[in-house]
Design a protein. Structure first.
Length: 307
C-alpha cells in the first residue's frame, strides 16, 4: 500500500509536493494553536512550550530508530543552535499571545514576518530596498494598523507580543530555508527539539506546576502536532520555492477563524480578516516581485529563504 502511494507522490512535480506539505503544515500548526489555547487555562505558556518541545521529539523517533546516527550529521550545527534559541523565544511569545486573545488575530498579525525579513535583508545582507519592498512594507503596516486599530482600542499586550514574535519567526524561517539545502527535514526537526528542550526548561522552572489528568494527553498531542508541523514546513521548503507555496499559508487565517469560532466561540472581527488579507497580499506581492527579479537575471539574496 505504501509503495504505490510513494510512487504517486514522487510522480508529482516538486511544486505540487511542496504545496501538499504546506497545506498539511497550515492545518497542523492551527491544531497546535488550539491546543495552546486549551492548555493555557491550566498551565503557564512557558511550561507549555517546554512540553511541546519535549513531546515533539516523539515525531522523529521512528526515523531515528530506522536511520540511526545518519540524521545527526550536519555541517551547520551553529545555525541549528542559533535557530533553536530564536525559535524558543518566538514560541514562548506566541503561546503567551494565544492565551490573551482570539486565535485569528494572532495569525493575522503573524503574517508580517516576511516583511520583517525584507528589512533584515537590507541591513544584514546589504541588499537594496527596492520600490516593491517599500510598497509591500507600507501596505503590510497598513494591514497591521487595521488589525490593531490603535486609535480605537489601543495596542494591547497581545499585539506587541505577536509583532516581536513575527520578527523572531522571520529569522527562524530564513535559517530553516538555508539549512534545508543540505540537511533533511528530520535532521532539522531533531536539532530543533534537542536544542529547544534545554532552553525552554529554564523559564518553565520559574512557573512550574505539574500537569494533571487529561492535561497530559493534550500536551502530548501538542508536541506531536508541533513536531509534525515542523517536518511538513521543512519538507515544503525543500520541495519548492516560497513563491509557489506561500499563497497556501493564507489558509492559516481561514482555519484559525473557523476553529476559533467552533471550539472557543471566538468570532473574528471584520477588521481582523480585512487586515490579515491586506498583510498577506503585501507578502505575496513582494515574494512574486523578488521571484521575477531572480528570473530576470538579478541576484537576490532574499528570495525563498525569507518566507
Amino acid at each position: 500500500m505504501i509503495a504505490p502511494l510513494r510512487h504517486l507522490y514522487l510522480s508529482l512535480p516538486p511544486t505540487a509536493r511542496g504545496a501538499f506539505f504546506m497545506l498539511i503544515a497550515t492545518l497542523v500548526f492551527t491544531g497546535t494553536q488550539l491546543c495552546v489555547k486549551r492548555l493555557g487555562t491550566e498551565l503557564h505558556p512557558f511550561e507549555i512550550a517546554f512540553f511541546r518541545n519535549t513531546f515533539g521529539l516523539l515525531v522523529v523517533m521512528p526515523a531515528l530508530l530506522r536511520g540511526g546516527h545518519y540524521y545527526f550529521r550536519t555541517s551547520k550545527f551553529h545555525l541549528h543552535a542559533l535557530r533553536g534559541l530564536m525559535q524558543a523565544g518566538a514560541m514562548m511569545l506566541m503561546m503567551t499571545a494565544l492565551t490573551l486573545g482570539p486565535i485569528a488575530e494572532v495569525v493575522a498579525l503573524s503574517y508580517i514576518s516576511p516583511l520583517y525579513a525584507s528589512i533584515m535583508a537590507v541591513f544584514l545582507l546589504g541588499e537594496r530596498m527596492s520600490w516593491a519592498r517599500w510598497l509591500a512594507l507600507g501596505i503590510g503596516l497598513a494591514g497591521v494598523m487595521i488589525v490593531l486599530r490603535p486609535d480605537v482600542s489601543g495596542i494591547g499586550l497581545q499585539g506587541v507580543l505577536v509583532m516581536v514574535f513575527a520578527l523572531l519567526w522571520a529569522c527562524v524561517v530564513v535559517s530553516v530555508k538555508f539549512v534545508s539545502r543540505t540537511d533533511s527535514s528530520v535532521t532539522i526537526t531533531l536539532y530543533m527539539g534537542l536544542i529547544m528542550v534545554p532552553i525552554s526548561i529554564i523559564p518553565a522552572l520559574f512557573v512550574w506546576a505539574w500537569p494533571e489528568g487529561s492535561t497530559w494527553f493534550w500536551l502530548v498531542v501538542l508536541g506531536v502536532l508541533g513536531g509534525l508541523g515542523q517536518l511538513c514546513l521543512a519538507q515544503a521548503f525543500r520541495e519548492a520555492d516560497a513563491t509557489a507555496v506561500l499563497p497556501i499559508d493564507f489558509l492559516s487565517l481561514i482555519w484559525a477563524a473557523g476553529f476559533g469560532y467552533l471550539f472557543f466561540a471566538e468570532v473574528p472581527s471584520v477588521w481582523t480578516l480585512l487586515g490579515g488579507t491586506v498583510i498577506f497580499a503585501a507578502v505575496v506581492f513582494v515574494t512574486w516581485w523578488e521571484a521575477r527579479r531572480r528570473t530576470g537575471g538579478q541576484r537576490n539574496h532574499l528570495g525563498p529563504e525569507t518566507t
